[in-house]
Design a protein around this ligand. Sequence first.
Ligand code: SF4
Ligand code: SF4
Length: 406
Amino acid sequence: MNDTLFFGCKPLYVMAKPVGARCNLSCEYCYYLEKVNLYADKGENGVMSNELLEHFTREYIESQTLPDVLFQWHGGEPLMRPISFYKRAMELQRKYAHGRRISNVLQTNGTLLNDEWCRFFRDNGWLIGISIDGPQEFHDEFRRFRGGQPSWHKVMRGINLLNKWHVEWNAMAVINDFNADYPLDLYNFFKEIGAHYIQFTPIVERLTANGCGGHLATPSATNATLADFSVSPEQWGQFLCDLFDEWVREDVGKYFVQLFDATLANWVGQEPGVCSTAAQCGQSVCMEHNGDVYSCDHFVFPEYKLGNIRNSTLIEMAYGDKQKLFDNMKGNLPGQCRKCEWLFACHGECPKNRFATTADGESGLNYLCEGYRKFFKHVAPYMDFMKNEIDNRRSPANVMKADIKS
Ligand code: SF4
Ligand code: SF4
């Protein structure tokens, strides 16, 4: 393979999982946990070895075409590795950087944070993503330890430590059937605890008796039933509209809600910062603790495995034919989407959720479609206004003073 053919196509991102799917929590809706089953019979101890860490670090840096390299650490719960693992990771990053600027982000449930972790993150400029589903009553409904104990107090302890040590962090909340009807309770809570960047992620899962490596249905399964914790399309649409109404009156430019930023980016013709509403997938492959690489974190199923880093290069896997087929899946849309006035802002959302049927019986419609249509219609006048401000080199935050009705 001629690697140079692929240089300049797009940046290469790998979401690395140093402990695979292992976690100290057992959140009811978590799609990672049962991925442990994929490796249960392989006789592995379930963590990334030092040798693989070095192999990955060297190759990941050498595969980059841009001067900035972003390492993304995910789980499971990545803080189940000792701090020495990440110190070693940074030594290796320095060893192989060869002038490139390297940064690190880590997504954690926050329960294992302590002063030592926070000092390390602060000293080395790591950005930390905290998974927290809002105030205690919402968070503890699903996010519990393996023994069933609630986790919210431990997460808040972790957040307080991050704030004490001035570690940069953002919040990721899963929106489910239980918390979706309380958008302002969630939003105000995040503002109170000092989260300025907030990602709200709708949970949509399907279950089957014959799921691959567990009970989660593969995205292509036809015999699956919706998990009852999933957010409904109506809830998701209303959640976004109510949240947007609050944000657009008070907080533009002060608080950053990922989907609102992505929507504005699509409105002005820029690349959105989130793959679900981008025109193409494939911005980020994911690598399990043993070096297996998959097309996407949401597609860790055997049929979406691209190979193993010990046998194939990251460039071969991330830009190879199998991943190109995966990328193309995003543009494979039913007629309803192709004719939709919001296609430019939605792009059919994540293929994982495209198991609904259009009014005229065509398959492949996104389950959340109704919610997205409601949201895009609702925000269109505001987005038009902000686009006009940007086009005229004024601040989009002027929308807060504008008299707009949707
Ligand atoms: S499948 Fe979904 S989560 Fe994965 S890259 Fe595509 S849009 Fe993103
Ligand atoms: S809003 Fe619905 S119809 Fe329009 S592009 Fe999105 S999923 Fe398709």
